[in-house]
Ligand binder design. Sequence first.
Ligand code: ATP
Length: 325
Amino acid sequence: MVTAPLRSDGVRVRAPGKLNVFFEVGPLLDDGYHAVASAYQAVSLFEDVWAVAADDFRLDVTGSVDVSAVPVDDRNLALRAARILAQHTGFDGGVHLTVDKHVPVAGGMGGGSADAAAVLVACDALWGTEVGSAELHRLAARLGADVPFALMGGTAVGLGRGDRLSPALATGRFEWVIVLSNGGLSTPAVYRELDRLRSGAAMSGHPSTGAIRLSGRTGRSQDDADPLVAPGVLHALRAGDAHALAGHLHNDLQEAALSLRPDLRGVLDLGDRSGALAGLVSGSGPTVAFLSEDLESALELQVTLSAAGYTALHVHGPVPGARLI
Ligand code: ATP
C-alpha cells in the first residue's frame, strides 16, 4: 500500500481533445454496444489539470468553454479517474483537482476523456504510485472508450469500442478549423438515433438509404460485424496528404447527429463554400471540423466562419497525449 504522496507541491498535466477523421460504426451488439473503427487524431485544443495532494477528493472546473453542465461530483470522469487509480494501487490519500477546460463539453471531441487521462497521469506522478503505461491504459479503458487515446495522443486506429488502439503513422501537420456549437449532444442519444435511422432504412429496403450507405465508404454490408478503417485514410495520414485525407473523411454518426441538429448542415455547407477541403461532424457532434490545405487557408476559413457569427477555432494535429507540464 502506498501511504504518503511523493509530491506535496502539486502537478500539472495537459491532455488533448480529439477528432475522429474516420469513424465507422458496426451494428448494435447484444451487449448494447457497437463495434467501431476509428482513426483518431489528437489536436491542439487542450484540457489543463492541476492536482494537489489532499486527504479527500475534490474537484473544481473552470474553462474557456461553457462548463455549467459539467458535474463536479463522482459523475465526473476526472474524479472517477482519481478514485480508480487510488483503489487500484491501494493509495489511501486524496487529491484536489482543478480542471481548466477548453474542449467543448459534450461536443464530440472527447473532453471528459482527456480530463480522465490527464488525471491518471497527474495522480500517478503526485502520489508516486508508478503504475506502468500498460496498466494505466487498462485503467483508462475502464473509464471510457476514448480515454486510452487521450493518454496516447498522436494519430491512432481504435477498434472494438475504440479502445483497442494501435498508433498510426502520420507525417506532417494537418490544419483544422473547428466550429463550436451552443449546447452539446449526448453520445448515447446519437447512437440511438443511428440505430433508429438504420432500422427505418432496413424496413424500407430502399437501396439509397440502406445497408451500403449506412455502412460507410467501404461498401461492406451492415451485417459485417467488424468495422475497419478504410486503407485510404491510413495512406493519406502516412503521406501527410491533406487533399487525399479530405477525400476519405467519414463519420457514420454524422447523419444521426444532423438528424438531431439539422442546423449543422448550414455550418457544413458554409465551410464547403468557403475553401475547406472537406468537413465533417466530429464524433457524436455537434462540433464540426474542417480540414484545410495549409495554415493560411485555415486562418482564412476561420475568419470567414467567425464573420458569419460562428465560434471557429484553428487547431492542428497530431499532438501528444496526456503529459506532465
Ligand atoms: P465523447 O466524444 O468522448 O463521447 P464528448 O466530448 O461528446 O464525449 P464530454 O465533454 O466528454 O463529451 O462529456 C459528455 C458528458 O459527460 C457531459 O455532458 C457531462 O455530463 C459528463 N461529464 C463527466 N465528466 C466530465 C468532464 N470531466 N468534462 C465534461 N463533461 C463531463
